[in-house]
Design a protein around this ligand. Structure first.
Ligand code: ZN
Ligand code: ZN
Length: 183
């Protein structure tokens, strides 16, 4: 949904309140949510306000995704929730184009817009992309799968040493240097 700067009233534009919420469910369609397999937006809110030509975008979203645990491959449900505060300055070339960027508060994210208007979907999409986890784990302490026998170590212990480097190579080393162990 494209919103022109000229449509934003002095008091700001609450996008969901003014335009409804029909744009939310389909917003993430076509996005690559990796490392998640799926990701859908449950709710989103965005208020746009102008200050001079700077466009302030304050919003939040809740998204739900699913992926597989990096260690044990069990399915994992992930909830992404974020509040964000961004300022979009006119221009596309970089911070050099705007002189007052450094006057904004520290926690503000800075982006750019063409000076005429913004695509609301892009703002939310970018925020969801930033909130995606680097890695999916079913639990911080997930013990994963035994590399030797394939047992799910969260469910049962296996009899393996847990040190896959041991084995034929150690035996070989001992055979070549039979004296090293005695010294
Ligand atoms: Zn796991
Ligand atoms: Zn094992």
């Amino acid at each position: 949904m494209y919103i022109r700067v000229s449509e934003i009233p002095r008091e700001g534009l609450d996008v969901a309140a003014r335009r409804g919420k029909g744009w939310i469910p389909r917003l993430l369609e076509g996005m690559d949510p990796s490392p998640l397999r799926t990701c859908r937006l449950l709710s989103a809110g965005l208020v746009l306000a102008l200050e001079g030509r700077d466009l302030f975008a304050d919003g939040s979203f809740v998204a739900e995704g699913e992926g597989s645990c990096d260690r044990c491959a069990e399915p994992v449900k992930v909830t992404l929730e974020k509040e964000f505060h961004a300022v979009l300055v006119p221009g596309e070339r970089g911070p050099a184009g705007s002189t007052n960027v450094e006057l904004h508060e520290d926690d503000l994210e800075i982006g750019f817009y063409d000076g005429a208007g913004v695509e609301v979907n892009d703002i939310i999409l970018e925020q969801v992309a930033l909130a995606l986890p680097v890695k999916v784990l079913c639990a911080e302490g997930c013990r994963g799968i035994c590399p030797e026998c394939g047992a799910d170590l969260n469910r049962n212990e296996c009899g393996c040493s847990g040190r896959p480097a041991d084995g034929p190579f150690d035996a070989l080393r001992n055979m070549r240097n039979p004296k090293t162990e005695k010294e």
